[in-house]
Design a protein around this ligand. Structure first.
Ligand code: NAP
Length: 245
């Protein structure tokens, strides 16, 4: 079923991990995907390899509002009006609170939270005018629970929950939906540094007994982006094997 036929979707951090799986899932649903990442070569390679045609890659640091506005204009002129935005780009700079440097806190907030705000603001005007659009924010279960050693990251992800609900309330009357997905532990570069013992210890906390795959998140993103979710807004859906209920 090509439920997103020819719709233009921007996926930030679409070049690796969860974002790459989301880019693929939206492309399989018929969307034309703008893959955004700091490494533009990698973004362009990924876009060229997605199923279907008409995808493009763009270099952009989501933390830079001017760059975000520029890339949004480029996407609109290359592909057309943005109908789906997935704010997925994210980083970690873990440290215990007393050792956390200002830069570690600021960089994570800038990329994860401000980045989502930057892109949401850039596409919102067009979506509101057309009275149609779907915005998805990839937050994290640690934004709901907190996590020792991740004060910066958890705060950025909790901020994304507030952003999601505020945007959902503000734009609902203009036909624009905004939802969030809160992944648990998903196998990507971000979690590759966990050693076997850490993975075994984590599995005990996950009722379904396994770490998730990027495709587990992508399936939910495809659903939330599309017409099957037309009556869903302001929600945070955990994709975490039941870890947080
Ligand atoms: P990943 O494998 O490290 O990939 C991160 C992606 O984001 C890359 O494409 C990267 O490309 C891009 N990126 C990072 N900073 C950027 C910036 N400032 N501007 C533009 N692009 C940027 O991460 P992942 O595990 O797939 O995670 C994706 C999202 O899911 C993140 O928001 C993360 O917080 C969230 N999440 C992940 C897990 C997990 O277990 N993996 C759990 C919960 C939530 P460049 O380096 O080229 O910029």
């Amino acid at each position: 079923m090509n439920e997103l036929d020819q719709k233009v979707a921007v996926v930030t951090g679409g070049s690796r991990g969860i974002g790459l799986a989301i880019s693929r899932a939206l492309a399989e649903a018929g969307a034309r995907v703008a893959v955004v990442a700091r490494n533009g070569d990698r973004a362009r390679e990924v876009a060229a390899a997605l199923p279907g045609g008409g995808h493009q890659g763009y270099a952009c640091d989501v933390a830079d509002p001017a760059a975000v506005n520029e890339v949004t204009s480029a996407v609109e002129s290359d592909l057309g009006p943005v109908e789906i935005l997935v704010n997925n780009a994210g980083i970690t700079r873990d440290n215990i609170l007393l050792r956390m440097k200002d830069e570690e806190f600021d960089e994570v907030i800038a990329a994860n939270l401000k980045g989502a705000f930057n892109f949401t603001r850039a596409v919102a005007r067009g979506m509101m005018k057309r009275r149609s659009g779907s915005i998805l924010n990839i937050t994290s279960v640690v934004g709901l629970t907190g996590n020792a050693g991740q004060a910066n990251y958890a705060a950025s992800k909790a901020g994304m929950v507030g952003l999601t609900k505020s945007v959902a309330k503000e734009l609902a009357s203009r036909g624009v939906r905004c939802n969030a997905i809160a992944p648990g532990f998903i196998r990507t570069d971000m979690t590759a540094e966990l050693n076997d013992t850490q993975v075994e210890n984590l599995k005990v906390l996950i009722p379904l007994g396994e770490l998730g795959e990027a495709e587990d998140v992508a399936g939910v993103a495809r659903f939330l982006a599309g017409p099957g979710a037309r009556y869903i807004t302001g929600q945070v859906i955990a994709v975490d094997g039941g870890m947080v209920m």
